[in-house]
Design a protein around this ligand. Structure first.
Ligand code: NAD
Length: 354
């Protein structure tokens, strides 16, 4: 069966790592028509926006997309295309596996964790009131009238909504993922002892959803303790179900456990659509040099192949990538080698086809 998949190469190092990934996936024999869609800083002049409508329409049509990183200018310019895509397609689940690979320098071995991060709520909902604005002053008055106390009134305010619906769907996603992937345990991460009505709600819903999955162990950890535990005893953990902010922080912590962002794959998944993208950014200073490591995007394609049901091809890509990195002969500079972006892809393709 042939698939049509949207490919968004992105900008910076995006196009070259996307090309490497595409060649690796094609070498498995899975028939994919790649529908290439341009987005990012490079298309601003052509379309007047970094996220033209046809990009979203293409993902809506094809249901599955894989993308390279896209630059978000700091201070001026446009808002994050990555965040806009997640919002437009309601990609509520951010999946970030973190596993050790032999040949990658790290303080830890045998890490095998999966962060499932809620992508739409929490302090990232974008509901903020600037210090001194009429809205902030009005809100502070409202809080005082309702018996709330502020130590100082010259405060900026960010709202943290956590809903039953949002918590239920992300926790269920974590359990379904655990079941599908043969994982043993889901740990809900929270700070329910302090934030009783937001994190407390998340914890309650997580425990209720856990009752529907008696085959998988359910537990919870307070986020500060979770940080220490991950550093001291990462082997005790498996799938972590997290509200947005804790998931963001813990996924970088877990990337640190496996030797850095360059190896970290990711996926943004909704009810109908999925956009697969590595955790790292567009590294503009390396753009066009055929130098950077395409591994994170290639491992991201493993998640995509599993998502469309091509498990055998996913295993082939994963095993070949793992073996090339373990051998250490044809790897990029960040892994201590001299191969270029296309060189490591060639080595992976040779393994897949041998
Ligand atoms: P970055 O991940 O682009 O780069 C930081 C450093 O990490 C690079 O200078 C490089 O040394 C190293 N690095 C990153 N990817 C690598 C790879 N594949 N191989 C080898 N080394 C690699 O982070 P940044 O500099 O903070 O961000 C650059 C731009 O990317 C920003 O505009 C940011 O907003 C954007 N960004 C986009 C996404 C996304 O598209 N999802 C994610 C993160 C950052």
């Amino acid at each position: 069966m042939a698939y049509t998949i949207t490919m968004i190469p992105g900008d910076g190092i995006g196009p070259e790592i996307s090309e490497a990934m595409r060649r690796v996936v094609d070498s498995t024999g899975v028939q994919i028509d790649w529908e290439i869609q341009e987005a990012g800083a490079d298309v601003m002049d052509k379309y007047g926006t970094p996220l033209p409508d046809q990009v979203i329409e293409s993902v809506q049509r094809n249901k599955v997309a894989i993308k390279g990183p896209i630059t978000t200018p700091v201070g001026t310019g446009f808002r994050s295309v990555n965040v806009a895509l997640r919002k437009a397609l309601d990609l509520y689940a951010n999946l970030r596996p973190a596993y050790s690979l032999k040949g990658v320098k790290s303080r830890y071995e045998d890490i095998d964790l999966v962060i499932v991060r809620e992508n739409t709520e929490d302090l990232y909902a974008g509901i903020e009131f600037e210090q001194g604005s009429d809205e902030a002053i009005e809100l502070i008055e409202f809080i005082k009238e309702r018996g709330g106390k502020l130590r100082f009134e010259d405060a900026g305010i960010s709202i943290k909504p956590i809903s039953v619906s949002g918590s239920e769907r992300i926790v269920r996603f974590a359990y379904e993922y655990a079941r599908r992937e043969g994982r043993k345990k889901v740990t809900a991460v929270h700070k329910a002892n302090i934030m009783k009505y937001s994190d407390g709600l998340f914890l309650r819903v997580a425990n209720e959803v856990g009752e529907d999955y008696p085959d998988i162990e359910t537990e919870d950890r307070i986020v500060d303790n979770m940080c220490m535990q991950l550093v001291q005893k990462p082997e005790l953990y498996d799938v972590l179900a997290c509200p947005n902010l804790y998931g963001d922080i813990l996924s970088d912590l877990c990337s640190g456990l496996i030797g850095g962002l360059g190896m970290a794959p990711g996926a943004n998944i909704g009810e109908e659509h999925a956009v697969f993208e590595p955790v790292h950014g567009s590294a503009p200073k390396y753009a066009g040099l055929n130098k950077v490591n395409p591994t994170a995007l290639i491992l991201t394609s493993v998640l995509m192949l599993k998502h469309i049901g091509e498990r055998e091809a996913a295993d082939k890509v994963f095993n070949a990538t793992r073996d090339v990195i373990a051998e250490g002969k044809n790897v990029t500079y960040d892994l201590g080698g001299t191969a270029g972006t296309s060189g490591i892809a060639d080595a992976i393709i040779d393994k897949i086809q041998s």
